[in-house]
Design a protein around this ligand. Structure first.
Ligand SMILES: Nc1ncnc2c1ncn2[C@@H]1O[C@H](COP(=O)(O)OP(=O)(O)O)[C@@H](O)[C@H]1O
Ligand SMILES: [Mg+2]
Length: 361
């Protein structure tokens, strides 16, 4: 980062001491992240500076407002700086700084002596990630979720996603429908399932919660020595939602034996062992503070997120690949197929999933 930006942006924030270094940091795919080191009274202090991706987040002020509310609340419950993100205010007392291009910058405390994993290395790591997200729900269980902005409307509204899918099939813009009839049938055959979570909310079985909405392992900081969960990061997508979709998306991504875009479907399996490890960790993190009816819907959350994701990939394939970045022509179709394969294996292991949830709750 050049000197100009260094002076202009960093000194907007209320940090003491002088800057030692600034460097691009981490492997995040969304925001531009920098590690800032300062020296204060002979001690090095670290901060995370981020430019919020304005292509993804159209209303960055609302994103930061949500983060401010959630971190402010979590801080009152935290016993150390290492277990919660804190927004460092600007010298003017704001939680972000807007540059001349309209880009929004923010600064966080650095979670010291921590690591995050792009791919979990074993069941124990997966358990710890689950624990962190479970604890996130436990700590926020009395937070008024409806006061947060819905920064991406209908993000996990599966019936709305299904509607978009049906429109893509009907339009058949690229003439691809014929070649994916089997996949289309798989998705349409399950249409009665898509309102399961919304119906459960209407019945009072599934409370509105603070959903994190990006529950990948690389959004959990673990202690670098003990590998115990410290802190959930990347709060850009916190919104009113359900605990079970957070849980479900983590399972969709993390309990698969192969990458989301594995071409060889023989390598793609839903691992019931990883599901059990995550469930156990999540339950330990929640510590019995979720509603019973909500806990019983965790398997539905996993299946919902997986089929929703599959239908989104297929929708994009039918529409001509306008949303997800692709590296080759059938990339979205390959992705859709992995998700549908996982769904069919979840259905085969449904009773085992239900049993595991009961056992660990
Ligand atoms: N407060 C923090 N302390 C330590 N490392 C952090 C912190 N915030 C972010 N990081 C590192 O930067 C990476 C990207 O940050 P993240 O907020 O997840 O952005 P993105 O939305 O681009 O994924 C993380 O995976 C992590 O390695
Ligand atoms: Mg991230």
């Amino acid at each position: 980062m050049d000197e100009r930006i260094r002076n202009k942006y960093i000194y907007q924030f209320d940090i003491r001491g002088s800057i030692v270094s600034i460097a691009a940091y981490g492997k995040g795919h969304i925001n531009d992240t920098f590690l800032v080191k300062t020296i204060v009274d002979g001690c090095i202090k670290r901060f995370i500076l981020q430019k919020v991706n304005s292509n993804v987040f159209k209303k960055p002020e609302q994103v930061i407002n949500n983060i401010e509310k959630v971190t402010g609340y979590l801080k009152t419950r935290a016993d150390s700086e290492r277990v919660v993100l804190s927004l460092i205010p600007t010298k003017e007392g704001n939680t972000y700084f807007k540059d001349e291009n309209g880009d929004v910058w923010r600064m966080y405390n650095y979670i010291e002596n921590s690591i995050c994993l792009d791919v979990v290395e074993n069941e124990q790591d997966f358990y710890e990630c689950a624990f962190a997200f479970g604890k996130f729900q436990r700590d926020l269980r009395h937070f008024p979720a409806e006061t947060l902005y819905e920064t991406i409307p209908n993000f996990h509204n599966t019936p709305v996603r299904f509607g978009a899918f049906l429109s893509a099939v009907a339009a058949d813009k690229c003439g691809r429908v014929k070649s994916v009839e089997r996949e289309i049938r798989f998705i349409t055959e399950r249409q009665d399932f898509y309102s399961a979570l919304i119906d459960a909310e209407a019945k009072g079985d599934l409370p509105l919660r603070v959903a994190h909405n990006d529950t990948k392992s690389n959004n959990v900081m673990l202690d670098y020595k003990t590998r115990k969960a410290l802190c959930v990061i990347d709060l850009d997508t916190v919104m009113p939602g359900y605990s079970v979709t957070d849980f479900g998306d983590a399972i969709r991504f993390g309990a698969s034996t192969a990458a989301e875009d594995e071409k060889d479907l023989d390598k793609v399996h839903f691992s019931i062992d990883l599901f059990k490890a995550y469930t156990k960790g999540y339950m330990a993190g929640c510590d019995g503070k979720l509603k019973d009816t909500e806990i019983m819907l965790l398997p539905e959350g996993a299946k919902m997120m997986t089929i929703e994701c599959g239908m989104r990939f297929l929708t994009d394939y039918l529409n001509g690949d306008t949303y997800f970045k692709i590296n080759y022509p059938d990339h979205n179709l390959v992705r859709a197929r992995t998700q549908l394969k996982l769904v069919s294996e979840m259905e085969e292991k449904w009773e085992e999933m239900k049993k595991a949830v009961k056992e660990y709750c």
